[in-house]
Design a protein around this ligand. Structure first.
Ligand SMILES: O=C(CO)[C@H](O)[C@H](O)COP(=O)(O)O
Length: 262
């Protein structure tokens, strides 16, 4: 590992490192997308190389697939795997019930399919992702290109019906052109500030023709592992209803060891 990590990268790294404790040889794993998930993939690659960990990974994006192959993880498709033991992914926001906003990296559709096909989902995140109420992060919605402006108008109409104040919707761009997802779709970012009823909003959005999926992950995530820049890691397990803490110390070579005692 590099020695001079920024505090935010240290936070992501220790969260990823802690998540590896849940990975066992023989597992089929969903591999998330984004900068935090990339740390996980690198950590898993080290375990494959140095400790002979045997895993098969189903990536949630072409970016993650490339990285996984580069670090020596065997990559298979979801159709080959059918069902996964565990998915580990990042998130843009999580709340106290471990509901999430995802899709900041534009991979929400594959991420939701893969997470839902898993016995367990673990989110790894730095502490900036923790919120009281979801919605400060714009909610990504995947929309098919055909008639997307009509779908956008239908989304805005549905929001009026839900009494959401001051919502705006923007088409995500990649330079001068619309952003294109791995599935060939566009992303609408829904600026709401606050999502009062995330479950209802998710259901309403997915009823609109042309909307493929939205970035609200409700009742999908089981565990959130939050990393801090000083090496602390909190594990919040929704099923156990408890939070436990580990602390990692950074060594001179940039690697870490876990201090499991007080
Ligand atoms: O949902 C995602 C990609 O679609 C990412 O997991 C999310 O955007 C978090 O990314 P990062 O770890 O880079 O902050």
């Amino acid at each position: 590992m590099p020695v001079d990590l920024s505090p935010i990268d240290k936070a992501k790294y220790v969260a990823a490192k802690r998540a590896c404790d849940y990975v066992e040889s023989g597992m089929k794993l969903g591999l998330g997308t984004g900068s935090t998930a990339a740390w996980l993939v690198r950590c898993l690659g080290e375990l494959v190389r140095d400790e002979g960990l045997k895993i098969k990974g189903v990536p949630t994006s072409t970016r993650t697939a490339q990285l996984a192959r580069d670090v020596g993880i065997e990559v298979i498709s979801l159709d080959e795997a059918r069902w996964l033991d565990l998915t580990i992914d990042g998130a843009d926001e999580y709340d106290g019930a471990l509901n999430l906003i995802k899709g900041g990296g534009g991979a929400l559709l594959q991420e939701k399919i893969v997470a839902t096909a898993s016995d367990q989902m673990i989110v790894i995140a730095d502490a900036s992702k923790k919120v009281e109420t979801l919605g400060a992060f714009p909610l990504p919605i995947e929309v098919i290109p055909f008639g997307w402006q009509t779908s956008k108008a239908l989304v805005e109409e549905a929001l009026v019906g839900m009494d959401v104040m001051g919502a705006t919707t923007s088409l995500r761009m990649n330079g001068q052109a619309p952003f294109i997802t791995d599935e060939g779709n566009h992303i609408l970012d829904l600026h709401l500030n606050r999502i009062g009823n995330a479950r209802q909003l998710s259901l309403v959005l997915n009823q609109i023709p042309g909307i493929v999926e939205n970035g609200l992950f409700i009742d999908i995530c089981d565990i959130v592992i939050t990393g801090y820049g000083d090496g602390r890691v909190e594990v919040h397990d929704i099923n156990k209803g408890e939070v436990d803490e580990t602390r990692y110390d950074f060594l001179d070579d940039g690697n870490i060891f876990a201090d499991l005692g007080d």
